[in-house]
Each structure stands twice: as C-alpha cells, then as structure tokens.
Design a protein around this ligand. Structure first.
Ligand code: NAI
Length: 327
C-alpha cells in the first residue's frame, strides 16, 4: 500500500470547500490508487463548521481517506503537505479599495507561504483559488523562498472550462470536440479567452463563429460568468470552482492528454512577452509532474492587445503588493 498524500485545504468550511472535500476524499483529485489525508485549515470561528464537514466525510466511509486533521494553525496545516489548495481568502466588501483588498489578503497568504516554506513536503504543489488568485499566489510564493517558484500556481481552469462550455453550446458540439483553448492573463474581467488557437474537431474555432459573436458575446460572457452565477444562484460559483480545482491538480500530477493543452496561471518565464515572474494564465501542458508553457503560437494583433491589457493589470497588482512590502 502507498503512503497517503497529504492534501491541505484552506477555507475548508466555505462553499467551495464543501464541494471540494468529498471529491478529493473519493479519489478524484489524485486517482483511484492514491490514499489521501486531509488537513483542513480554517479561521477559529469556522473550525466547528469544518468539524461538521469532517463528520460527514467520516459518514461517507471513503476507502481512500486515511484521516482528517482540522486546525486554525497554518504551521500545523501545511506540515508535510504534498498538495495545498488555498481557497480561503478575504472577499472584497462594499467600498473596499484594491489596496485594502490586497493588504487584507497579504495578511492571509504571506503567513501561509511562510508555513509552506517551513514545513511542506519537498514535492509540495500549491494551487491558489482564493481571489485575487494570481496575486495571492505571488504573495505566498514570495514568502516561501526555499520552495521552487514553479510550485505556486493560480486557478484559471474554471474560466477555461466555462469557455469550452460556451463554445460547445454555441456550435452544438460535445465539449470533447474542443481542444487547445487558452485563457490568457489574470483571473479577472480582463482575462482573454482565445479562440484563435482553439480547435473544434481539429478546425480553428475562431473560423467556426462570427467575429462579432466572438468579440461581443463570447469573451464578455466567459469573463463575467462569475457575476451571472451570483445573479442567478444568489451565491457565487462553488461546485464548478471545486471541479476546476480538481481538474487543475489532477492534470498537474497526472499530465495533460496528448494533442491538447489546458490553461493555468503559472510563473512567467518571459514567454509571449509576459514579464518574468508574473503568475499569469498561459496555454500549458503538464509533463513529468510539471507545467510547461506551450511555445511557438502566433499571436495576432487583436489577441496581443487583449493579452497585454490583462498582463498590465497583473503588473499593477504586483506593483501594489510590492508597495505594501509583501514582495
Ligand atoms: P466562502 O466565503 O464560502 O468560504 C471561504 C472560507 O475561507 C470561509 O469558511 C472562511 O472562514 C475561510 N477563511 C478565511 N480566511 C481564512 C484563513 N486565513 N485561513 C483559512 N481559512 C480562511 O467562499 P467560497 O465561495 O468558498 O470562495 C472562496 C474563494 O474562492 C473566494 O476568494 C472566491 O472569490 C474564490 N473563487 C475563485 C475562483 C477562481 O476561479 N479562481 C472561482 C470561485 C471563487
């Protein structure tokens, strides 16, 4: 029998946590042969709720779940962690300025980065889900200088999956016929879902739809989908966000399928003119347990301007957290 993999989930008592933990425990994160031990990190007021979720996890009698630890102490939560899903974050409240939001999240992600640096396993892989995800990942990474920078990633897989879903619906094709879609840039309204490299049954997606739909309907629908879900459901995306987190880590560990790629926000190596070090979304494949940016794509003028706009926003966020002394 293999030793269990330690999976730490922050914000475990929140809505995404509730949609996520059962799927991890059932084996959907790491596969049907890998036992997992869950480490749940919450703020003190929410520890009791996390204990309630743990009771339900016990009641599922998942064969792969070898144990659950619940704590409000980041050092304990990340000790020996192999996978860390950083879901808990400080949401933007009414009238909150971006600087205040970044500062509040610095107060969460810098200590968590330090705890990861101090105690996580050598193979630690971090996915930041909590918003502003890209910049929170940068803050955690900066606080963990002994961990390879590439182990810090942020989630744009939900945006990716939303884009696949919208395109499949528009063309009345199964989602399985859509490949090579890319989300570029920030997980925010400036993100750029790219159909110029995506394929439908091997043919360029942008040529299967009219340009007005692509620019005026598709892009804003994907970018504003989170707000549309809140409007309809009265609560923000949770099960779909949890699903995307599962997809991201599953592909990171197990590899992406041949002939396709996916989207993830990973530290830039300067590819496609994205300043080095920014945690920006790219077309990526996973090989041997590591993300690689797909190289050599030609970027047309329209795509260039959209990518640049989102990257400029990431740059501003990086400057703002630098100004706060977090980098
Ligand atoms: P939620 O409010 O239901 O749950 C958040 C949980 O985090 C709460 O239980 C809270 O007590 C906990 N928490 C707060 N600070 C913490 C800390 N320092 N340590 C540990 N736990 C802490 O929120 P929900 O719906 O689960 O969303 C979580 C985050 O995910 C939000 O920031 C949201 O904006 C983000 N999100 C990101 C998406 C993406 O595509 N990247 C998609 C959807 C949501």
């Amino acid at each position: 029998t293999t030793a269990p993999v330690n999976v730490t989930v922050t914000g475990a008592a929140g809505q995404i946590g509730y949609a996520l933990l059962f799927r991890i425990a059932s084996g959907q994160l790491l596969g049907p042969d890998t036992p997992v031990r869950l480490r749940l990190l919450e703020i003190p007021q929410a520890v009791k709720a996390a204990e309630g979720t743990a009771m339900e996890l016990d009641d599922c009698a998942f064969p792969l779940l070898s144990g659950i630890d619940i704590t409000d102490d980041a050092t304990a939560a990340f000790d020996g962690a192999n996978v860390a899903l950083l879901v808990g974050a400080r949401p933007r409240s009414k009238g909150m300025e971006r600087g205040d939001l970044l500062e509040a999240n610095g107060g969460i992600f810098a200590p968590q980065g330090r705890a990861i640096n101090a105690g996580a396993a050598d193979d630690i892989r971090v996915l930041v889900v909590g918003n502003p995800a890209n910049t929170n990942a940068l803050i955690a990474q900066a606080a963990a200088p002994d961990v390879p920078a590439a182990r810090f990633t942020a989630m744009t897989r939900l945006d990716h999956n939303r884009a696949v879903g919208q395109l499949a619906k528009k063309l009345s094709v199964p989602v399985t016929e859509i490949t090579k879609l890319t989300i570029w840039g920030n997980h925010s309204a400036t993100q750029y879902p790219d159909l110029y490299h995506a394929e439908v049954n091997g043919k360029v997606a942008a040529e299967q739809v009219d340009e007005a739909w692509l620019r005026d309907t598709f892009i804003p629908t994907v970018a504003k989908r989170g707000a549309a879900i809140i409007e309809a459901r009265g609560a923000s995306s949770a099960a779909s966000a949890a699903n995307a987190a599962i997809d991201h880590v599953h592909d990171w560990v197990n590899g992406t399928p041949a002939g396709d790629w996916t989207s993830a926000a990973i530290p830039s190596d300067g590819s496609y003119g994205v300043p080095e070090g920014l945690i920006s979304s790219f077309p990526v494949v996973s090989r041997g347990g590591a993300w690689e940016i797909v190289q050599g794509l030609e970027i047309d003028e329209f795509s260039r301007s959209r990518i640049d706009a989102s990257v400029a926003e990431l740059n501003e966020e990086r400057e703002a957290v630098k100004g706060l002394g977090l980098l």
